[in-house]
Design a binder for this molecule. Structure first.
Ligand SMILES: Cc1ncc(COP(=O)(O)O)c(C=O)c1O
Length: 427
């Protein structure tokens, strides 16, 4: 598989290099040079999840890894289902929270960890990742205990849910967690700064498990196919998918699935009030504003990292950006939607509810709607209980971590201080 750097096109890398490096020169994202296309999508959809995902990822990776190797990676990574649930009329929820850390990030995090183990050249690796909540847990659990890999996770202090924090800041061992005095965009900027420091990069074998790492998005492509596989042909041929979006990795993966041949009629980019993309799609002007804290905190992103990949894909496929649906939802509206869904018998947290709301507003007669439920409702227990006046149960993994002590260190939003941490964890 060949990939190029979107910013500096002359930089070409293999899948192994893209997985190991994460980000290209000048902070450029890697993008596949060629995208395969499946002729017989119906036959592909008839396969089981692991077999189908192996075929999709093998086609993307090409002959760099044997199909057997890809199958072993997929088999180890995707050990949990992605079911669709009927919610109302022709609207379905795609539940992506049945993995070990109860969020959709388990697909990408685990696939990346397994891939890195296969393509590693034996040197030391430091995974530096910024999280707005769920990536941290997925990455920490996927890499926990792996030899020669240190993981450093930055998160905005006080701006993620207490349960999200407990899930990844209590592990220890090769997992180091740092609470930054700033917002998620500040954490993301620190990660990018680290990548721009060639000496640091070389000294510690810097890599990232954020959705800037293309392997994460490749894994996510597979659950769009899995959702369609659970529908009748008639339903999936009129499929509109609403994606709760922050950094826009999930939507990138969906658009890649469409590029590979999955017949998706339309995508909707649903955000909270951090609405840089919906405003951009309206006006053509890219005008990020300061990030606002919301109850859908994992989407509190005003400078979404993956947007250049979406523009690149739309340019290549000649899909006008105006074909993307969009909508921005306030906290009050998302709380209303959590309640509406609950009254219809579906328990949902605010991120999924935002996607539902925009879908419900924009779905047309004859279309099938699917909204992505990106996290288990209990991961946002405080918010959900507050809206519903409930006391929802904590599933096993959350209950276990909720009782453990936090091991994070606090750090000012200062790159020099972060560098000290990165050298220190090398031991
Ligand atoms: C629960 C949840 N929903 C939605 C998102 C947004 O996904 P993306 O950043 O890929 O747009 C995130 C990302 O952290 C998340 O954790």
């Amino acid at each position: 598989m060949k990939l190029y750097n979107i910013k500096e096109n002359d930089q070409q890398v293999s899948f192994a290099q893209a997985v190991r490096q994460g980000l290209g020169r000048n902070q450029g994202l890697f993008f596949p040079s060629e995208l395969p296309s499946f002729e017989d999508v119906d036959a592909l959809l008839a396969e089981d999840f692991v077999t189908r995902s192996t075929k999709i990822l093998s086609a993307l990776i090409g002959d760099e890894l044997s199909e057997e190797t890809v199958n072993a990676i997929v088999d180890a990574a995707f050990q949990f289902p992605a079911p669709i649930k009927p919610v109302t009329g022709n609207i379905y929820a795609l539940e992506l929270f049945h993995g070990p850390t109860l969020a959709f990030k388990d697909f990408g995090g685990r696939f990346m960890a397994q891939s890195l183990a296969v393509v590693s050249d034996g040197g030391k690796i430091t995974i530096l990742t910024a999280t707005s909540g769920d990536t941290g847990a997925a990455v920490a659990h996927a890499f926990y205990g792996m030899e020669d890999i240190n993981v450093v996770i930055l998160y905005p202090k006080g701006k993620i849910s207490p349960l999200q924090e407990k899930l990844f800041c209590t592990l220890g061992n090769n997992i180091h967690t740092v609470a930054i005095d700033g917002d998620f965009d500040a954490c993301q900027a620190l990660v990018k700064q680290a990548f721009d420091d060639p000496k640091l990069r070389g000294d510690i074998g810097l890599n990232s498990a954020n959705s800037i790492n293309i392997s994460r998005l490749m894994a996510q492509v597979c659950y769009y196919f899995e959702a369609a596989a659970q529908m009748s042909k008639e339903q999936r041929n009129n499929l509109v998918i609403s994606v709760p979006s922050g950094n826009f990795g999930n939507l990138t993966a969906g658009l890649l699935a469409k590029a590979l041949g999955l017949p998706i009629k339309r995508f909707i980019a649903a955000t909270n009030v951090n609405d840089t993309v919906p405003r951009y799609l309206d006006s053509g002007n890219w005008e990020p504003k300061p990030t606002i804290a919301t109850t859908s905190n994992a989407m509190d992103v005003s400078q979404p990292n993956n947007w250049p990949r979406i523009e690149e894909l739309c340019r290549i496929k000649e899909w006008g950006l105006e074909t993307l649906g969009k909508g921005a939802v306030t906290d009050e509206q998302s709380a209303q939607s959590v309640q509406v869904l609950f009254d219809m018998g579906y328990l949902c947290e605010p991120h999924g509810a935002i996607a539902y709301r925009v879908l419900d507003e924009q779905l047309k007669e004859g279309e099938t709607g699917l909204f992505l439920c990106t996290a288990h409702p209990a991961k946002f227990k405080e918010v959900v209980d507050d809206i519903l006046d409930s006391n929802i149960d904590l599933p096993g993994p959350l209950a276990k971590h909720a009782a453990m002590d936090l091991l994070s260190e606090d750090l000012a939003n200062d790159f020099e201080l972060l560098k000290e941490v990165l050298y220190r964890v090398q031991g």
